[in-house]
Write a protein that binds this ligand. Structure first.
Ligand code: PEP
Ligand code: MN
Length: 269
């Protein structure tokens, strides 16, 4: 059976327009922000800094999937409200994760893009639920999902009625433990060939180490990613989650300059 998300069914690229930002239109878009929304002042300051550097979409988790039940799990609805304030101030769209089908309605009320995290890629109830809304969905690849399983997860959303799905390669679990995950660049490129949906990369979760993030991001851009999602924090050592992989402001600015230079050299595929 031909999948609705497959190139055989539709060979023109799907372009997703989020408040004027086009994802899948050729130019890689940059999504950035902290792993989690940690507080109002911190987030609003960061949002304005990121906007000043040309970031197109803001990220920040309000409902966080954490390995330990004792770890900071996000500010919940308060975090959603801070995201909405950041959108108000900067004019930029915001993306945030939804973990529970019961929260889809409230998250959709505040967010412009709803993220399905790696750990929920095969939560079929959740996939069907976000298939019923009219907002774009950012679908992360599961920790140990094959490309086919990833595409089938997207198919659940599209088949439920929501064609606005963005796939995100964020590294898969392998025997390697120096890096947090193994960034599957080949998998990202294969997905770009197999589906008409936009495919972006998340080098932060893919590497787990800030010193590797920039070069992996550039590799993904060179290979044709429709976008890059990056974790940035003003003081990564104080971050409540994922500080080790978060870029500080200086590092992020340097990377943005490189990405801009890279784009203008038009060596891209
Ligand atoms: C995140 O984006 O902060 C996140 C939890 O990502 P993943 O689901 O890829 O681990
Ligand atoms: Mn994170």
């Amino acid at each position: 059976m031909e999948l609705k998300v497959g190139r055989k069914k539709k060979n023109t690229k799907t372009v997703i327009n989020v408040k004027g930002v086009e994802i899948g239109a050729g130019e890689p878009i940059i999504i950035a922000g902290p792993c989690a929304v940690e507080g109002e002042e911190l987030y609003l300051d960061e949002a304005q800094f990121l906007k000043s550097l040309g970031v197109e979409i803001l990220r920040g988790g309000a409902f966080k999937p954490r390995t330990s039940p004792y770890a900071f799990s996000g500010l919940g609805v308060e975090g959603l409200k801070i995201l909405a304030q950041a959108r108000e101030i900067t004019g930029l769209p915001v993306v945030t994760e939804v973990m529970d089908p019961r929260d889809v309605e409230i998250v959709a009320e505040y967010a412009d893009i709803l993220q399905i995290g790696s750990r929920n890629m095969q939560n079929f109830t959740l996939l069907k639920e976000v298939g019923l809304i009219k907002k774009p969905i950012l679908l992360k690849r599961g920790l140990a999902a094959t490309i086919k399983e990833w595409l089938l997860a997207a198919e659940y959303i599209v088949d439920s009625g929501n064609e606005q799905v963005i796939l995100c390669e964020r590294g898969i679990r392998t025997f390697e433990d120096y890096t947090r995950n193994t960034f599957d660049l080949a998998g990202m490129v294969a997905a770009l060939d197999l589906t008409h949906l936009p495919v972006i990369a998340d080098p932060s979760h893919a590497t787990g180490r800030r010193e590797l993030v920039g070069r992996v991001a550039l590799g993904a851009v060179a290979a044709g990613a429709d976008g890059i999602m990056l974790e940035v924090h003003p003081r990564p050592e104080e971050a409540l989650s994922d500080g080790r992989q978060s870029l500080d402001y200086n590092e992020f600015k340097k990377l943005m300059d490189k990405i801009k230079g890279f784009k203008s050299q038009s060596i891209l595929l």
